[in-house]
Ligand binder design. Structure first.
Ligand code: SF4
Length: 250
């Protein structure tokens, strides 16, 4: 009964996404954001942002469309203080009116990562309890969410579409087709502040224990989980796969 209901919801999301792809083919940036926020998903869409090195442009575009769009920020408990301060700076600067700071539940951490050291032995399980599960809970009540993934980031992102389905949600990637040059131009045009760690060689920033400086000329995301085969935290994976490492009891 439950599986049938979930499948039906997914089928509905799939059909909706196909219609949106047909309607907005070839559009990006503001031209796709505006109709998604105002026409397609009024009050039913949110932006998920890490407030990382490239986040300011998408935050600025969303703020321009509607500063009351909910912005979901995942505070895993392992972030750089610089990221939290940069978040506060951008929220004030852009006038973002509804920032939702979400964290893992203490009871989940007590079960899965009681000492806070799980990242040393099992990245997937740590990301599942600190990122994937809190975000899944935060997205209930939304029909769609906006992400800042871009093809130029490489690895598994080189074919990211502008509109896609993720479980029961539609996911919008307004900057998917943008180049790094275009992003940098937009930073300059809007005079947006840079993440304070960028100048120090951190080109893609997540949790402190799993973020390293990037070697000159290397892929910007190569500093994430450096030395392991992991390239994504799991929030862009099917939920059942991303949570598989948690097993029973959560
Ligand atoms: S990025 Fe590292 S510290 Fe953060 S949730 Fe994932 S494994 Fe844990």
């Amino acid at each position: 009964m439950q599986a049938t209901a979930i499948k039906a919801v997914h089928t509905e999301a799939d059909s909706r996404a196909a219609a949106l792809v047909a309607r907005y083919a070839g559009l990006d940036g503001m031209s796709v954001l505006e109709p998604m926020v105002h026409r397609e998903f009024p009050r039913r869409i949110g932006l998920v942002s890490s407030f990382g090195t490239e986040s300011a442009v998408l935050l600025a575009l969303v703020a321009e469309v509607d500063p009351s769009v909910p912005v979901i920020f995942l505070d895993t408990g392992k972030l750089f203080g610089e990221t939290r301060r940069y978040r506060d700076q951008l929220v004030t600067r852009l006038g973002l009116a509804e920032v939702r700071i979400i964290s893992p539940l203490p009871r989940d951490l007590a079960t899965v990562d009681p000492n806070g050291t799980l990242w040393q032995s099992n990245h997937d399980r740590c990301c599942a309890v600190r990122k994937v599960l809190p975000l899944a809970r935060a997205l209930s009540g939304f029909d769609a969410w906006i992400s800042g993934r871009k093809r130029f980031q490489g690895a598994g992102r080189s074919t990211v579409p502008t509109i896609e389905v993720e479980g029961e949600h539609i996911k919008i990637n307004p900057l998917a087709t943008w180049s790094k040059e275009r992003l940098d131009e937009e930073f300059a045009r809007r005079d947006l502040p840079r993440h304070p760690l960028e100048a120090d060689g951190f080109l893609s920033i997540g949790c402190m224990p799993c973020t390293a400086r990037v070697a000159p000329g290397a892929d910007s995301r190569s500093g994430r989980w450096a030395g392991s085969t992991k390239t994504e935290c799991g929030i862009h994976q099917p939920l059942d796969q991303a949570l598989a490492s948690l097993g029973e009891g959560i």
